[in-house]
Write a protein of this length. Structure first.
Length: 139
């Protein structure tokens, strides 16, 4: 068998594949697989749970309080008193001069007996504290 005979045989077999009925059947099968795949994707999307954004209570309460806060003079005792539940937006040490977020390294290192809680940065500044440089997001 030489190359020309092999080429002729291959050509005949390829012509069979190019018949319109085989092309139509292949197209129908591919469209069926595509439809099945799209149906599976739509079910996955339908069953997905919605994303919920939740804030800790002390952050939510602080945001609400900061919008409604009045600019009156606040006594130092009411500003620097720790809430009984230990909640607040900012924390400072009785012996220090910086205030932190409770989750920052500086806020975590303050012992419980030395913690002073503040509801806002304004309250902490009124008490004489300044923002910690290593706690991102403090102004």
């Amino acid at each position: 068998m030489n190359i020309s005979n092999f080429f002729q045989k291959s050509k005949r077999k390829l012509n069979i594949l190019y018949r319109s009925d085989i092309f139509t059947a292949t197209t129908i099968i591919l469209i069926g697989f595509a439809g099945f795949g799209l149906g599976r994707i739509s079910i996955i999307e339908k069953n997905k749970e919605a994303v919920k954004i939740e804030f800790p209570e002390y952050l939510s309460a602080t945001v609400l309080n900061s919008q409604n806060s009045d600019k009156s003079n606040t006594s130092l005792s009411s500003v620097a008193s720790a809430p009984p539940t230990g909640e607040g937006l900012l924390v400072a040490s009785k012996n220090g001069s910086k205030y932190h977020f409770p989750w920052c390294s500086g806020g975590k290192s303050i012992s419980e007996k030395n913690k002073i809680w503040f509801d806002s940065a304004e309250d902490a500044r009124k008490a004489g504290y300044t923002p910690a440089a290593n706690c991102k997001g403090l102004k």
